[in-house]
Design a protein around this ligand. Structure first.
Ligand code: SAH
Length: 390
């Protein structure tokens, strides 16, 4: 079984593939960094001068995940003091409700005797930590189930932070930089946990996959419509300023053009300044994901974050936590977090949930076909409809 819950910013109708995450006010490096010739810029200049302009996908890959200088590889960019803040970092309720979602789906799909929880790009490990707390609290429900955790992470720095957040410090981690499983350990609640650089290295098995703010950092190709047809946008050295990069159009068809399926012209943004110091993201095209998944799995959503969390019972959970919170400052923090996640002007409508589920999880027979084609979520899947314990 392979269920995926993912969430990210939807294409918001702006003619632009770049977008910012929810940048935290604590980030102080934008203006100061913007004119710097960074080591990454030098590396890119050298590369382009040696082999010619590179695709936007190659640019993103280098800037974000280059093993020596990539933005994700050596930074901890998350949290209030980092460059941007994500929902699991804002409130524990976010991860807790996802924990409830997984348990509810595990029950609804037949209570398998074992499952793997696979998270792609786990950041600081906060989301998995909150999910695991729920698994522990619902230990009596899950007691006969053999659970293991599998994290797919390219960042050395973040994997260390994830290990600190998630593992039992008395049990030493097994490390092997050369192996496909580069780190292994036991979580604080006694569950086996392993780290991989690539999803294809995660063992096959009955799995739930979770990708939060992940698909939007994967490299994308960029195209522009010209009188001669679609042309790929490339990144080149600016001949007017030797320490700057610029976008150019490929003079003729490039291999990636074979994959075009209805792209439209995108406005260019200044993502070429000080590469390696800031995040690069692309909007995720849910309709494309839906088309790609068609027939193989059923798609639910996208639904707005505030709808999903409301359906999962965020108000009830908030009330429980408010009742338990002693300090007024704690109550304030809970309310601020709730507002950030739910307010339509903040993350409530900008972020979306999307799930891929096996067809048999939804309706059988003719209803199954309808579920495949319909954007209307199945009534039996929590979050896309109100949570009902079965
Ligand atoms: N899910 C977390 C972090 C999102 S930031 C949260 O919501 O807080 C993106 C995460 O994906 C980081 O952990 C980054 O190191 C990781 N990442 C980026 N590109 C990756 C790739 N190609 N493969 C695996 N992980 C990647």
């Amino acid at each position: 079984m392979n269920a995926v819950v993912r969430r990210c910013v939807a294409r918001a109708g702006i003619p632009c593939i770049w977008r910012g995450k929810c940048f935290s006010s604590g980030s102080g490096n934008e203006p100061a960094e913007s004119n710097r010739v960074t080591p990454m810029l030098r590396h890119l200049m050298y590369k382009i001068k040696s082999t010619g302009p590179i695709t936007v996908a190659e640019y993103m890959k280098e800037v974000l995940t280059n093993p020596a200088k990539g933005y994700y590889v050596h930074h901890d960019m998350l949290g209030e003091k980092g460059d941007f803040i994500t929902s699991p970092e804002i409130s524990q309720i976010f991860g807790e409700l996802l924990g409830v979602w997984f348990v509810s789906e595990w029950i609804a799909s037949g209570k398998s005797t074992a499952f793997q929880l696979v998270e792609l790009g786990p950041g600081r490990g906060t989301l998995t930590a909150d999910i695991l707390r729920v698994f522990s609290q619902l230990g009596s429900v899950l007691k006969a189930c053999d659970i293991s955790i599998h994290l797919v992470e390219v960042s050395q720095r973040l994997s260390e932070i994830q290990a600190l957040t998630l593992t039992e410090e008395k049990v030493p981690l097994e490390r092997d930089a050369e192996s496909l499983v580069y780190m292994k350990g036991i979580t604080k609640s006694g569950i086996p946990i392993s780290w991989y650089r690539d999803l294809k290295d995660v063992p096959k098995g009955y799995s739930f996959y979770l990708a939060h703010e992940f698909f939007d950092v994967l490299p994308v190709h960029k195209f522009q419509k010209t009188p001669h047809g679609w042309r790929e946008v490339l990144v080149d050295v600016d001949p007017q300023a030797s320490d700057k990069l610029r976008f150019v159009l490929a003079p003729c068809a490039t291999p990636a053009e074979a994959f075009i399926q209805g792209f439209y012209g995108h406005q260019l943004h200044d993502v070429l300044i000080a590469p390696g110091t800031a995040d690069l993201t692309a909007d995720v095209d849910f309709s494309y994901l839906r088309r790609m998944a068609q027939e193989k799995v059923a798609c639910l959503g996208p639904v707005e974050q505030r709808t999903f969390l409301k359906n999962m019972g965020i108000d009830v959970r908030l009330k429980v936590l408010l009742d338990k919170a002693g300090e007024p400052s704690m109550k304030q923090q809970l309310l601020r977090g709730y507002d950030m996640l739910m307010n339509p002007q903040k993350m409530g409508e900008r972020f979306n949930f999307f799930a891929l589920l096996p067809h048999q999880r939804l309706h059988g027979g003719s209803q199954e076909r309808n579920a495949r084609q319909s954007k209307t979520p199945s009534s039996s899947v929590a979050g896309f409809n109100e949570l009902i314990w079965q």
